[in-house]
Design a protein around this ligand. Structure first.
Ligand code: C2O
Ligand code: CU
Ligand code: CU
Length: 477
């Protein structure tokens, strides 16, 4: 079966938003798609691997003429790709070379909060550094690194901070997926930006309901072209936009197969011609160009706008078929006797709230016992102006989506996720388990909503280990 549907409710797509900025075609020649380099370790010592990650300023040729001042991790824009392996112990030296405080948030990594995971309680001051370490103990997936300082996340991402994080493991390595980074396995980081005399100007473009840009960028490239040299290509798609939803499809309605969602491999591959990603969601897809011939061009689109091109070259025939079953995800064993946790996203613009409140860095909003599996009803009550989709994200866990308004989740929602788009008027039921004690954020991932305060924090507690957390205040940021 091939799905030809975005599934989400069309009347609340971002393009119906009063402040919607349609994408425009940039007057930029086709250029090679940027493939971020892979970060090299400082040191490998048995199972201990050491990295330095620096948030830095730089300049990037994005438009013709003057370079654009941009920020990145070990790069002038976005960041070098970080490849982690399950079971390895990582030691990371985080360095801030920016002129303002930032944090290094591992979106999707199951590491402890509120410090290692790099939420707002883990500031790194200008010219300062912080050392973290963790053992990677989760399956293969595509995650990302982005800043999370309250309330400047949106601007710092807009300026360029975002890096792809690829987790590998031995199970996924056995599946017939392309995995030659940069050749048949590439990140596709989807973002939109506007430029003013070739420069970013977040203030000028700011929208409290989520800042949108005029031009589509993939991995920081406008009108990028990727040369296809293998029949099958794996795209690690990430919506790294502050606000924009991407309604992806190819110009020739080429079919593609999703093999993984936020938290890793799907139980079964899912075939599509259309895929919508809300902010921060990831989808790994395989595109089989076996029906194409050299010099054919296939264009990736969002709505009616081209985003990037795939230029077909010579390749060896590779008719590898994916197995019908990729991995086993057991139905969650919900801990008996616990009430359903209800959390409510409401409002638009500066009226956005989470459970009727704005974020307070020193308030723990909820508690959940480590190891318990709890049902959460994530509600989007928003009916202002017809409403909008709020992408709901949790730190410190990957959850399973059980239902949408009591009905089956979308066909590509049968895997682990950390971010789920919730339609206006919808209740999405998820099963949540924390495996590590700590304090974790949960929030809307429209970055301006998060910065406005559509965010809360939960303590995952272990009754046998009382833990005191130092929760800093906004003044310490
Ligand atoms: Cu990707 Cu709390 O965020
Ligand atoms: Cu996160
Ligand atoms: Cu929101």
């Amino acid at each position: 079966k091939v799905y030809n549907d975005y599934f989400f409710d069309e009347p609340i797509f971002d393009l119906h938003d009063g402040g919607y900025i349609p994408l425009e075609k940039a007057d930029v020649k086709d250029q090679p798609l940027n493939i971020p380099a892979v970060i090299k370790p400082d040191k490998v010592d048995g199972n201990d691997v050491y990295y330095t990650i620096t948030a830095q300023e730089g300049e990037t040729q994005i438009l013709p003429g003057k370079k654009t001042k941009t920020w990145g991790y070990n790069a002038s824009l976005l960041g070098q790709t970080i490849i982690f392996k399950q079971g390895v112990h990582y030691h990371i030296h985080l360095v801030n070379k920016l002129s303002e405080v930032t944090t290094f948030h591992w979106h999707g990594l199951n590491v402890t909060g509120p410090v290692v995971d790099g939420g707002p309680h883990a500031p790194v001051y200008p010219d300062g550094s912080r050392d973290i370490d963790f053992t990677l103990d989760q399956p293969a997936q595509t995650d990302w690194l982005h800043p999370h300082p309250c309330p400047n996340t949106a601007r710092q991402v807009w300026n360029g901070l975002a890096a792809a994080v690829v987790v590998t493991d031995d199970e996924e390595a056995k599946l017939p997926f392309p995995r030659n980074y940069g050749v048949d396995d590439i990140p596709v980081i989807l973002q939109d930006r506007s430029y003013h005399d070739n420069q970013l100007d977040y203030k000028a473009d700011y929208d409290v309901d989520g800042t949108l840009g005029k031009y589509a960028l993939v991995n920081g490239t406008i009108n990028g072209v990727f040369n296809v040299t293998t029949q099958r290509v794996r795209l690690r798609m990430l919506n790294g936009s502050d606000r924009r939803e991407w309604r992806l499809h190819f110009d020739d309605n080429h079919e593609f197969t999703q093999i993984a969602s936020d938290g890793g491999t799907l139980p079964e591959p899912v075939k599509f011609t259309k895929l919508m990603l809300t902010c921060a969601e990831r989808a790994e897809v395989i595109v089989d160009f076996g029906d194409k011939k050299p010099d054919d061009v296939v264009t990736l689109m969002t709505d009616d706008m081209p985003i990037m091109k795939f230029k077909i070259g010579e390749f060896a025939k590779d008719d590898t078929k994916l197995p019908e079953h990729l991995t086993t995800i057991d139905a969650p064993k919900v801990t008996p006797g616990l009430p359903v946790t209800r959390t409510v996203m409401s409002g638009m613009d500066d009226q956005v709230r989470l459970d009727g409140k704005l974020f307070d860095m020193q308030r723990i909003d909820r508690k959940q016992k480590v190891g318990d599996t709890v049902l959460w009803d994530v509600v989007n009550t928003n009916d202002m102006d017809g409403g909008m989709i709020h992408p709901f994200h949790m730190h410190g866990c990957q959850f399973l989506v059980l239902s949408r308004n009591g009905k089956e989740p979308y066909p590509n929602e049968h895997g682990w996720k950390d971010t789920v788009g919730v339609n206006a008027g919808e209740t999405v039921r998820i099963a949540v388990q924390f495996t590590k004690f700590g304090v974790y954020m949960y929030h809307c991932h429209i970055l301006e909503h998060e910065d406005t305060g559509m965010m809360a924090q939960i303590e995952a507690y272990d009754p046998n280990h009382e833990h005191k957390y130092h929760l800093i205040s906004m003044d310490e940021m």
